[in-house]
Design a protein around this ligand. Sequence first.
Ligand SMILES: NC(=O)c1ccc[n+]([C@@H]2O[C@H](COP(=O)([O-])OP(=O)(O)OC[C@H]3O[C@@H](n4cnc5c(N)ncnc54)[C@H](OP(=O)(O)O)[C@@H]3O)[C@@H](O)[C@H]2O)c1
Length: 328
Amino acid sequence: MRAVTIPEPGGPEALVWAEVPDPEPGPGEVLVSVRASAVNRADLLQRQGHYPPPPGASAYPGLECSGVVAEVGPEVTGWAVGQEVCALLAGGGYAERVVVPAGQLLPVPAGVDPVDAAALPEVACTVWSNVVQVAGLAEGETLLVHGGGSGIGTFAIQLGAALGATVVATARSAKHDRLRELGAAHLVDYREQDFVEEVRRVTGGRGADVILDIMGAAYLGRNVSALATGGRLVVIGMQGGRRGELDLGALLAKRASVTATALRSRPVSEKAAIVAGVRGEVWPLVEAGRIRPVVDRRVPMADAAQAHRLVEASDHLGKVLLTVDPVG
Ligand SMILES: NC(=O)c1ccc[n+]([C@@H]2O[C@H](COP(=O)([O-])OP(=O)(O)OC[C@H]3O[C@@H](n4cnc5c(N)ncnc54)[C@H](OP(=O)(O)O)[C@@H]3O)[C@@H](O)[C@H]2O)c1
């Protein structure tokens, strides 16, 4: 089969479409013939040599895919050859075939294009596990989503709105109209406006109940300032650095919390539990049309470098897919 390899870490040109050995499914695993993968911010870091795959994961990038079940390994029940699926991966999605622990497979939701389904697993699992499981977002609360135009952000806006929350999102203004259509009630151009002031203004001074943050250190203090009493800040990205100063007094006075989580390094059993939760609670919202995959464009997988340039420049909204013709 062919896969996107990284012989030497570096810029987008470090991605090389090459012939590699075929993977074989072991016990509890399924071989998927890939139709599409999607670019995640983490793939850019992996390409640069800053985010090595966890032990046991494929060396090729790609944290999600859609495709067709090509082979079912021993001890797998509930999946059959020929089924259309999508999957959460620890790596290896940028390839014609990938081996997936059975617990990380999902059916393609009814009404979703089987290629576009590749845009869903990573964002659905990340956003649902953090916003619902960790932060406990409830109907009527306010959710602040940083980077509303990202793959993660476009999903978080839709999930928050579907759960009955008021969603505030930060993004460059060129993306605001589209994010309003996805369900954001208020938009903040983080380059020109102070999101703390804006969140206070639109909540009558109360602040946000839940903040989904991708900026890390750069936003830590202001995020705590933007929290409501009893608020929950969940940090899932460190685009603005990893070491910040936390005012525990401000947190204590608000009886608020700060949590940070990563999905990729979690054990297979924990990922399977998240995938099961997503299938039970999120897939019905997708099938009802309340949440849609947001696909900026499709790029042939052999041109992954072009897709990485696009995402690096943040010229996209939602997900950039990498497509491949399925092999048997
Ligand atoms: N912890 C986990 O398990 C986990 C899982 C998946 C993703 N993530 C993290 O989630 C983040 C989003 O991932 P992705 O793949 O969806 O990314 P992406 O599509 O590449 O988007 C990155 C976003 O960052 C935004 N941004 C840049 N500077 C900003 C600022 N100062 N304030 C607000 N937004 C800013 C950009 O917004 P504009 O285009 O509007 O400038 C862009 O939408 C990444 O940090 C990624 O590492 C974490």
